[in-house]
Design a binder for this molecule. Structure first.
Ligand code: PLP
Length: 444
């Protein structure tokens, strides 16, 4: 989609930006909302305070406006679900048309069947489909149905899979998860078949399923995903792909179609409905049929506005080659970012990695260790130049060439600052607030 008059944020260097309203709203939120946000990654701990806005007022295309009226290019996109762009007209029209006929009923709506048919047509493993609202709903449903199917209790995982006990108990942020539950999840490292082999060796006939993101910012090494599938088969465990991010972003068939490895089950949750809350679990009929028995039932699972948004989003993605667009602009952003880092002599400190539609900037210190301080300095300077970012690039159909060019011009300025700060060892002194810390420190 072409960006029109909305293409560029004003040349609004920080000195001219007011954040008064943002700070006033934050004070109100602090009194009532623990963490001031419903999502850790959207809260004030994840943005450089004093430089970052705290509240968004509106969004259109690739841009958002904060409550003080400042405009930013959005590289977070609601943490991924905005795939076409904010307020994409065809999706808005479909939702408004559906709203005329209601959104929540006492019997299923035909949209449930239509969207299920579309997913079954596109996604290799999708012999049957169930819907929900959040990625966590469907990863948890996948774990429960795998336990029911295999009559085993343990789960092996690798990656981030949401807020539910079975997964979050395996991380550093496990307060409130009973020890008994934590013992049932084991973790393994990505791209390390020997590690998964050890999991099966140490827990013989106990693993119900292996759940992993098929790709994040490291590509699977040759034969890795095939090897995971084979290990699962040999050990009687189900293979679940968590495609909450990759689905409808790197390929319309999901990462499973892109890499040619079909899991038993797959979970989708972002990108599917351009920001409307829709998640799906798909998979082999033999396993999925067990959902007639396994309890997975929510009040809002069949909510019709999100299904209407999903139908339109997927059809729009198909007819307009949205995946091709994301690849094209993403590849340019990745290549040019890495070229700029090299030009400024900081290629060892800043690297753009991942598949084009979803890349990350890796920030390292002189010893090659991850550097939260450098990431923080990057975010601080990016915000001053009208880029809303955590250091990842989520792209949408509304991110066009002009937007990428603007971003790269900003990166040229920012990388010059990072190079100077690294050169004279002043990264931390240049931070205008405390350095950012990851939401989850490490997997245990
Ligand atoms: N799985 C992956 C790979 C995710 O990135 C996320 C969320 O970021 C989830 C699961 C959980 O999704 P939700 O936050 O919608 O529950």
């Amino acid at each position: 989609m072409k960006s029109d008059s909305l293409t560029m944020p004003n040349d609004q260097k920080n000195s001219r930006r007011s954040l008064e309203q943002s700070q006033a709203w934050l004070k109100r939120a602090e009194k009532l909302i623990p963490g001031c946000s419903q999502t850790f990654s959207k809260g004030p701990t994840q943005f450089m305070q004093g430089v970052a806005p705290n509240f968004i007022a509106k969004a259109k295309g690739a841009h958002v406006w904060d409550v003080d009226g400042n405009r930013y290019l959005d590289y977070i996109l609601g943490l991924g679900p905005i795939i076409l762009g904010h307020g994409y007209p065809a999706v808005q029209e479909a939702v408004i048309a559906q709203m005329e006929n209601g959104l929540s009923y006492s019997l299923p709506h035909t949209l449930e069947v239509e969207v299920a048919e579309l997913l079954a047509e596109l996604i290799p493993c999708a012999e049957m489909v169930r819907f929900a609202k959040n990625g966590s709903d469907v990863t948890t449903a996948a774990v429960r149905v795998s336990r029911g199917f295999t009559r085993r209790d343990k789960v092996a995982c690798c990656g981030y899979h949401g807020w539910q006990d079975w997964f979050i108990g395996s991380t550093s942020r496990n307060l409130g998860v009973p020890e008994a539950v934590r013992k049932l999840t084991v973790t393994f490292s990505y791209n390390d078949l020997a590690a998964l082999h050890r999991v099966f060796h140490d827990h013989p006939n106990e693993i119900a399923c292996v759940i992993l993101e098929p790709v994040t910012f490291n590509l699977p090494s040759a034969g890795y995903l095939e090897g995971v599938k084979e290990l699962c088969r040999k050990n009687g465990a189900l293979l679940v792909f968590d495609e909450v991010v990759t689905g409808f972003r790197i390929d319309l068939r999901g990462a499973q179609g892109y890499f040619g490895v079909t899991p038993d089950l797959a979970c989708f949750g972002k990108g599917i409905a351009n920001g409307f809350p829709l998640a799906a679990i798909t998979g082999r009929a033999e396993v999925m049929r067990l959902f007639t028995e396994v309890f997975f039932s929510t009040t809002h699972g069949g909510e019709a506005l999100s299904l209407a948004a999903g139908l339109t989003t997927i059809n729009e993605m198909r007819s307009k080659d949205v995946i091709g667009h994301l690849k094209k602009v993403g590849q340019k952003l990745k290549d040019e970012t890495n070229r700029l880092a090299a030009q400024h002599g900081i290629a060892r400190n800043v690297e753009c990695a991942g598949l084009p539609a979803w890349t990350t900037l890796r920030f390292c210190d002189a010893e090659g260790k991850a550097s939260p301080a450098l990431r923080s300095l990057f975010q601080q300077e990016a915000l001053k130049r009208g880029l809303l970012t955590h250091g990842n690039h989520m792209l949408s159909f509304s991110h066009d060439d002009a937007i990428i060019e603007f971003t790269l011009r900003a990166y040229g300025e920012i990388f010059a600052i990072l190079a100077e700060a690294l050169g004279n060892n002043s990264v931390e002194q240049r931070l205008e607030s405390a350095a950012l810390q990851p939401v989850i420190r490490q997997s245990t």
